[in-house]
Design a binder for this molecule. Structure first.
Ligand code: X5A
Ligand code: ZN
Length: 714
């Protein structure tokens, strides 16, 4: 459906006319650097380009006082000295004779974007604007912000388009206190902000930026603050915050529209943020938001002062809005202690208002700790534990992240501001963005649906002899239909491993599902996949000779009971309610998947998977964030064409339909999840939503936990 890019060259006009070290970073080059890079990458050309219009007085009046709007209007005719004096009345603000015009364009750009998305002209978009908006208040400019672009867009979406639930995600590194103030008693706007806080010692130094500011009156629980108390937060911290805090609330809220206060001062290299998240992380954040609100995402630029980091991060965001798969994240996916503390305190502050947090609550509180605090390591098959347990300190290549872990044990887990290694930003990413749009190949027969033109019905098949050789050990693959299906699957898989096809859907007779999956795993591993994630739904037994060598992560959803045979072989019952399904995906599947960092994902809907189309689509859409989108879905031959169709659409980058209001998870679902967390947290740090009481959990836990970042500045 397309991506809008809203811009106007006039917004490069406003600039600082005098000496002010605090404000000098907000310069016109921010816009030109971002736009130039979008052009260089061919991304701008793929967007629907819209020229920004000025917001009207009435539109500005949706959030600002008339007096304040006239005050800003008058700056047009002031001389430099008067501008400087007026600027001095606000915190971190400069006015320029063009400020009023630019700020009206910035606000207007957001309105155009909202109109384009809500009329269905496009699916999503980005407004490249300055001045930024999120610090601006009803009657005050603040922190480089003059009019509150995102807040105006939200108020406009409510008033003009009649929306009832809008999610604002503020990933700028500063607290958008302006947005918070404007909606703090409004339950129709859920405002989420993470920000550098350092226990109140970072600008804007506000008590109300802390996690315990949760809104007021009717709006209680609709303000969500995640204060970062240390600098140096990275990809794992940001993804963990989304999986364990933002997304559970966002699904429960079920927004009709997502607005993003897209500041990139939260990216590596930025002088304000001093954080470590790489540009690719913004592809993942964007991707994770695209599963909400039917994919209606409107991003608007806020901060971002390191031109290189800003330009790259903007490209990552736009590329993902366009539907390209997200490049894999670099770095070990282990959230730091301080991030976990922040996430946990925000979860605790929000728990009274959100069912999804109450149910996932702390072990020992909600469930009365019926789950014995047994040692996960000893819970494993003893033969395997040697191979599996000492991942973080083992010099073998069997770590979940597939690279030798750093050999620096111990050390305080403190962070220091590390300047952006320019090498990190110069390097081309591991997985180059595809030059053509994602292709999905279907081997499933009888799909008579009208599919998007870039979804190809695959004709090819692997050589008969080769197919037979792979099939030989499996009785269930002896039948002709099973062999034919297998030949097509192997051909498709090879296309994916060669990089000719990004993702695919293959069909197999139900009786041969388990064997086909087994062959697909073996073939993937022997043909170039380093780490293969297999998510098997329904009754699909773990292939008998699947190794615990860390190259395959086997996750069965549909097992009889929750069980972790090793850290790489996990089974959990199929959740019965939507809420349970969501917490299984956000609380188990994705944390494991992000920790594992696969380069190939198999998702198999086996016998009795019981998934509705929208649930299957959500799972597939979210898994597409892994492995550069290299996802192969395996269906049973008698699956409905609707199921294959909806999967084909999400695999090529369309948004999954929203699930609607979610029911809560059943006690059994919660118990299974918490049990597995207890078992797996020591090895899979992305599962953690709180600090592990080390001695309480497992004697080996302390060993497992140290070394990752110790002594490395984080
Ligand atoms: C939009 C934005 C930052 C203001 C920092 C003042 N403002 N020290 O990033
Ligand atoms: Zn900022």
């Amino acid at each position: 459906m397309g991506t809008a890019l809203v811009y106007h060259e006039d917004m490069t006009a406003t600039r600082l006319l005098w000496d002010d070290p605090e404000c000098e970073i907000e310069r016109p080059e921010r816009l030109t650097a971002a736009l130039d890079r979008l052009r260089q990458r061919g991304l701008e050309q793929r967007c629907l380009r819209l020229s920004a219009r000025e917001a009207s007085k009435e539109e500005l009046g949706l959030v600002h006082s008339p007096e304040y709007v006239s005050l800003v209007r008058k700056t047009q005719v002031l001389g430099e000295e008067e501008l400087q004096v007026l600027s001095g009345q606000f915190d971190a603000i400069y006015f320029h004779p063009s400020t009023f015009h630019c700020a009206r364009l910035a606000a207007g750009a957001g309105l155009q974007l909202v109109d384009a998305v809500l009329t269905g002209a496009v699916q999503n978009g980005l407004a490249l604007v300055r001045p930024p908006g999120h610090h601006s208040q009803r009657a005050a400019a603040n922190g480089f912000c003059v009019f509150n672009n995102v807040a105006i867009a939200a108020a406009y979406a409510k008033q003009k388009h009649g929306l009832h639930r809008i999610l604002i995600v503020d990933w700028d590194v500063h607290h958008g206190q302006g947005i918070q103030y404007l909606f703090e008693d409004d339950p129709s706007v859920l405002y989420f902000s993470w920000h550098r806080y350092e226990h109140g010692r970072f600008w804007p130094f506000l008590r109300e930026s802390d996690a315990d500011a949760v809104g007021r009156g009717q709006g209680l629980g609709f303000t969500v603050n995640l204060p970062w108390n240390q600098v140096g937060m990275g990809n794992a911290d940001y993804v963990a915050a989304f999986l364990h805090l933002l997304l559970p609330l966002a699904f429960e809220f079920d927004p009709e529209l997502v607005l993003v206060s897209a500041g990139f001062d939260s990216a590596i290299g930025d002088p304000e943020g001093q954080m470590q998240a790489t540009p690719e992380c913004f592809a993942h954040l964007t991707h994770l938001l695209q599963v909400l609100a039917g994919g209606r995402v409107c991003a608007m630029l806020e901060g971002g002062y390191h031109l290189e980091s800003l330009a790259e991060s903007v490209c990552m965001t736009v590329q993902t809005l366009l539907g390209d798969p997200a490049p894999p994240l670099s770095g070990l996916m282990v959230p730091c202690q301080s991030a976990l503390e922040s996430i946990q305190s925000a979860r605790a502050a929000q728990a009274p208002y959100w069912k999804s947090l109450q149910l996932q609550g702390q072990c020992g509180q909600v469930l009365g700790c019926r789950i014995p605090p047994q040692a996960p390591c000893s819970g494993y098959d003893s033969e395997l534990s040697l191979d599996v347990t000492p991942v973080p300190t083992s010099p073998s290549t069997h770590s979940p992240e597939g690279r030798p872990p750093p050999l620096l044990p111990g050390g305080p887990m403190c962070k220091a501001a590390v300047p952006a290694p320019s090498s990190l930003l110069d390097q081309p990413c591991l997985c180059p963005a595809p030059s053509v749009r994602t292709t999905v190949a279907l081997t499933a027969p009888d799909i008579t649906l009208v599919l998007p033109p870039d979804v190809i019905q695959q004709e090819g098949s692997a050589l008969r002899e080769e197919t037979e050789a792979w099939a030989r050990p499996h009785e269930s693959l002896a039948r002709e239909e099973a062999l034919t299906a297998l030949g097509k699957l192997l051909y498709l898989l090879d296309g994916m491993l060669d990089g000719q096809v990004n993702s695919g859907i293959a069909a197999t007779p139900a009786s041969a599902a388990a064997a086909t999956l087994d062959v697909a795993i073996q073939r993937g591993l022997s043909h170039g996949a380093q780490r293969l994630l297999c998510v098997a739904l329904g009754q699909l037994d773990r292939p008998p000779d699947l190794a615990h060598d860390g190259r395959t992560l086997w996750l069965n959803i549909g097992g009889k009971e929750a069980a972790a045979l090793s850290m790489f072989h996990v089974s959990t019952p199929l959740p019965v309610m939507t809420g349970g399904f969501l917490s299984c995906i956000l609380g188990l599947v994705l944390p494991l998947a992000y920790g594992f960092q696969p380069d190939l994902v198999l998702v198999a809907l086996g016998p009795g998977h019981g998934l509705q189309g929208p649930h299957a689509a959500l799972l597939a859409a979210m898994l597409r964030g892994l492995a550069g989108g290299r996802v192969l879905a395996l269906l049973e031959e008698d699956s409905t064409p609707q199921l294959a169709g909806i999967l084909a659409r999400v695999l090529r980058g369309e948004a999954p339909p929203s699930l609607g209001p979610s029911s809560v998870a059943s006690p059994e679902d919660v118990q299974a999840l918490m049990y597995l967390r207890g078992q797996l947290e020591p090895q899979w740090k992305m599962l953690q939503v709180r600090l592990i009481a080390e001695a309480w959990l497992c004697p080996g836990a302390r060993l497992c936990r140290r070394g990752r970042w110790g002594g490395q500045g984080k």
